[in-house]
Design a protein. Structure first.
Length: 69
């Protein structure tokens, strides 16, 4: 990571952030009441940016509302 950061490459913030389709790729969803909908629960693969340019989106799991019972 040190060599990447020397070129200006930074990781995309993911866990705990609101899902943003411009920098996150949702791989799975988890129905839960513990987190607000569209909150990133887990980062499965780290994403990277170079300045304002997205090199790779972060692959994430996202919270959704549980189905009504």
């Amino acid at each position: 990571m040190d060599s990447l950061s020397s070129f200006g490459v930074k990781p995309v913030p993911a866990v705990g952030e609101t899902f943003d389709p411009t920098v996150h790729e949702a791989i799975a969803t988890d129905a839960t009441d513990e987190y607000k909908p569209n909150t990133v629960l887990a980062e499965l693969k780290r994403g990277y940016k170079l300045g304002d340019r997205l090199l790779r989106p972060a692959m994430v799991r996202v919270a959704v509302r549980p189905p009504a019972s």
